[in-house]
Design a protein around this ligand. Structure first.
Ligand SMILES: [Zn+2]
Length: 232
């Protein structure tokens, strides 16, 4: 019976192959979401073993963080880009969860990251949340939280749109302002806590920096940063 079931599963996957979102190869019946090759061989950064890594350096002198981490290196046209694209635009929330689990297992080995109390994803614009239906960074956060035994807070860090005193500014300055304004809704719950701020891809780090500045206004808050990928 077991053999027949395996045979049937293989047969079904032959007709309707599930594809690996990173390399597009057909998944075997015993593979889920990612193929075995991608599961082990995507370009891991191992930043959790390197406190002065390139992502941490980006924040030196700008943001007082405990530690920074990215799970993978992101190369244009590469497998990690394929995967993040599927995850963002094709509704594959399970990828985010899986990546959060993989990252969480690595972060557990770090004496800094394993003290995280709260995980806060960078909030999406309300409009984008409506069209996409979910915040991809929140899916990553859920996977991380399961491993790190931490709590995900999705509505504490919020995007606000500044509407006052902007009439005299140039169009560009207004645009910038509207994209970079964040606030902490319930600061009292984060006092003296270690908060892990998460996002999907880090490039310039400016969004994470804007969020971090607001979070660090909370008394005694310790801040760390984790992303799915680092793009050079
Ligand atoms: Zn693959």
């Amino acid at each position: 019976m077991q053999l027949l079931r395996t045979y049937l599963a293989d047969f079904v996957s032959l007709i309707f192959p599930q594809l690996c979102p990173a390399c597009r190869a057909s998944l075997m019946a015993n593979e889920d979401i990612l193929c075995t090759d991608c599961l082990y061989n995507l370009p891991h950064t191992n930043f959790h073993k390197q406190p002065d890594n390139i992502v941490a350096r980006q924040f030196w002198g700008k943001l007082n963080i405990e530690a920074a981490y990215a799970l993978y290196y992101f190369n244009k046209g590469g497998k990690v880009q394929n995967m993040v694209h599927e995850f963002k635009y094709n509704g594959m929330q399970r990828i985010g969860n899986l990546l959060g689990n993989i990252a969480g297992k690595q972060l557990l080995q770090s004496p800094v990251f394993n003290t995280v109390d709260y995980i806060i994803p960078v909030p999406l614009h309300k409009k984008r949340l409506k069209t996409r239906g979910y915040n991809q960074s929140a899916c990553f956060a859920d996977g991380l939280a399961a491993q790190l035994n931490a709590v995900v807070e999705i509505d504490n860090l919020i995007r606000i749109i500044a509407t006052k005193t902007q009439t005299h500014k140039s169009r560009f300055a207004r645009f910038q302002n509207m994209h970079e304004v964040f606030a902490v809704a319930r600061p009292e719950s984060l006092i003296n806590k270690h908060v892990l701020l998460v996002d999907d891809i880090i490039t310039t780090g400016s969004t994470l920096e804007a969020c971090g500045i607001e979070l660090l206004k909370v008394p005694g808050l310790k801040l760390s940063i984790a992303t799915i990928a680092y793009a050079e």
